[in-house]
Design a binder for this molecule. Sequence first.
Ligand SMILES: [Zn+2]
Length: 150
Amino acid sequence: MTPENAPGLIERLAELDTRIAQQPQLSATRPATIAVRNLIVSLRRPDLSSGLADELEAAIDALSELLADTTFGIESDDLRTRIAAALHRHNAHSCTVCRYADLAIDSVYLITRPFPSDPALAPVQVPAASVVCKRCGAMRMHDLAVLGEL
Ligand SMILES: [Zn+2]
């Protein structure tokens, strides 16, 4: 890296930062965002930075970890469309109570804890599709892994 290519690198890192910050997986994106922003600040003022190499390494580590996160990059609208298609494929695209075909679909985490077990144990998060009939309001859940969408 030279002082001449720093502005171009800063611009690309800023674009990367913007795209990461738009993702909904906050706890996964936060470390990468912090690392990338630290690197940008140091690239702008290399004379004030003592550890550019360390910051570059930290950014690479944080971005590698983010890319390894299985939920990173999944967009809610895209997932909703895929879930609707999967429900059609499995002939599960209408209300189980009144047979109405207009359903509200949302992807959610179901927070569960096995019973019986120690009540102090941390709950388990199960990615699921919440399906609500727009006519009678009947609700049901589909495990996204079983549905083939995770
Ligand atoms: Zn219904």
